[in-house]
Design a protein around this ligand. Structure first.
Ligand code: HEM
Length: 486
């Protein structure tokens, strides 16, 4: 009986909360000429059902792209009374990311989901808090002479040692993720995890990584559930967060002790922990900033390299063209400016990011009432209310046929050589003040790794029975399976 009363009280409470939310979200007000993607005008239960049960989990980005094809470049829906504006309009994207940057934030939906693991910091902060965090970590990304190769080169050499030379099959994906981990830990702590090293990672680091990876799956759920988060009960998630944080705390202490010897080597790239230790003694704050940077960086180049080789294995012509370009510069040592001159290689990386962006959909929440215009031709401005969510699909934007041509779905790197790009039609690294600070380092590392592989191997052959790109959504989109190269 008591249980039944509690259940009914709970359901009544939920209904009242939802009605209040529906009323306060101005459900009946005209939001410009936007098409609406839902049949149930009140709760949007049809779209909730569709997202939960009809969306193909291995093609989430394509599911959203299909919605844009059906409803136009900008449409809205209102699941449970929450207004969501989905868009691939370059003009709206420009406003949200740049012109009207201050009216939009991420904290409302990211903070509660992410901070149990990484704490408050750049990834989940808005306003002043975000500005301070961004300013603090920025010096570590300033590399006046381009990234230093000495250390990254060692990681790539170790990767190459693990690739067979006898034509046998190899799964590249886990190796690229190890490379990514080794490079990002080098950048953050000045000492790599060396997962590709001869002895592999230490047991302690492996324990940290397992805990961190498990916690990420929890964060992913929390991001999806938004305000329903408190209903998740998972002791293991909290335990894993604690393990990961303890590892970072210990690493910060060790780095603080090594500080004086660190600067003896002037040739080294800046290291994030040391840049932060220069600016503050607050260890908890430092741990938060480090973990906030580790989160987007630890697998970033791993995902991109995997996607590049996914394409190369399926399009040998692209591989041969790359090899021609790389051969033309001989066997000389490579620095950042040499790599920039390899324009076809740069185009291959850009084209991979266009078709397979690691963040296919990103959200922003309106922090105040504002208006946005959709295009030069569209006179009616779009009214956005405080609390509305803007969902920007870079995946669908970067495949729009009216922006990229009839062959938008095809992998054609030449498009980056031929034509001048229209602004705000590609946002693979984000854009505006919040654009990825690691873009230069990331592109450099990816380009360098590809060149080293091209110099070692004459060809590539796909041995993956799955030809299409199947996604695994885990904060970022990545491939489910590795592909196999020769
Ligand atoms: C090479 C592959 C990479 C890609 C495709 C990529 C992509 C992105 C994107 C799309 C965002 C913006 C997210 C948003 O708008 O909400 C972002 C943010 C960020 N990225 Fe990257 N990233 C890469 C590499 C890196 C690296 C190597 C680092 C660090 C060493 C890094 C650190 C960050 C940080 C700290 C942010 C948050 C910036 C802020 O909110 O102000 N990324 N990245």
């Amino acid at each position: 009986m008591a249980t039944a009363i509690a259940l009914y009280t709970f359901l009544a409470g939920c209904t009242i909360a939802l009605v209040a939310r529906w009323i306060t979200s101005h459900a009946t007000e005209d939001r410009g000429t936007l098409s609406v993607s839902q049949k149930d005008p009140f709760w949007g239960l049809d779209i909730v059902y569709q997202r939960l049960f009809k969306f193909d989990k291995t093609h989430i980005n394509q599911n959203w792209e299909a919605q844009f094809k059906k409803n136009g470049d900008t449409f809205r829906s209102r699941p449970f009374g929450q207004t969501e504006i989905f868009t691939t309009s370059p003009k709206i994207i420009e406003s949200v990311h740049s012109k009207d940057f201050g009216s939009f934030g991420v904290e409302a939906f990211r903070r509660k989901a992410i901070s149990p693991l990484v704490g408050p910091g750049i990834v989940s902060a808005d306003g002043e808090e975000w500005k301070i965090a961004r300013k603090l970590i920025s010096p570590a990304f300033v590399l006046p002479h381009g990234p230093n190769l000495r250390f990254f080169d060692l990681h790539v050499s170790r990767l190459l040692e693990r690739l067979p030379l006898d034509g046998s099959t190899v799964d590249l994906q886990p190796l690229f993720h190890m490379l990514s981990l080794d490079a990002s830990t080098e950048f953050i702590f000045g000492e790599s995890f060396n997962s590709l090293g001869p002895n592999g990672m230490s047991i302690e680091r492996q324990k940290f990584l397992d805990a961190f990876n498990y916690a990420i799956t929890g964060i992913d759920k929390r991001l999806w559930l938004r305000s329903w988060n408190p209903f998740i009960r998972n002791k293991r998630f909290w335990h894993c967060c604690a393990i990961a944080q303890a590892h970072f705390d210990k690493a910060v202490e060790t780095c603080a002790l090594q500080r004086s010897s660190r600067y003896a080597d002037e040739l080294k790239d800046p290291v994030l922990v040391h840049e932060l230790l220069e600016q503050t003694d607050d260890r908890l704050f430092i741990r938060h900033q480090l973990m906030n940077t580790f989160l987007p960086s630890h697998d970033s180049i791993g995902v991109l390299l995997t996607n590049v080789f996914f394409v190369l294995a399926r399009q040998p012509m692209v591989w041969f063209k790359l090899q021609e370009e790389v051969t033309s510069i001989g066997d000389s040592e490579l620095n950042a400016s040499d790599l920039k001159k390899l324009i076809y290689l740069q185009a291959v990386i850009q084209e991979t990011l266009r078709l397979y962006p690691s963040l296919g959909m990103r959200e922003r929440v309106a922090l105040r009432d504002t208006t946005l215009s959709r295009s030069e031709a569209e006179n009616t401005p779009l009214l956005v209310r405080k609390g509305d969510v803007i969902m920007i699909s870079s995946y669908a934007l970067q495949r729009r046929k009216d922006l990229w041509g009839a062959d938008a779905d095809e992998f054609r790197p030449e498009r980056f050589l031929d034509a001048k790009l229209e602004p705000w039609t590609i946002i693979s690294f984000g854009a505006g003040p919040r654009a990825c600070p690691g873009q230069r380092i990331g592109i450099f590392q990816v380009a360098y790794t590809i060149v080293r592989i091209l110099r070692t191997y004459t060809g590539i052959e796909n041995r993956d029975p799955v030809m299409g790109f199947e996604e695994l959504q885990q904060l970022a989109s990545r491939r489910i399976e590795g592909h196999l190269a020769d």
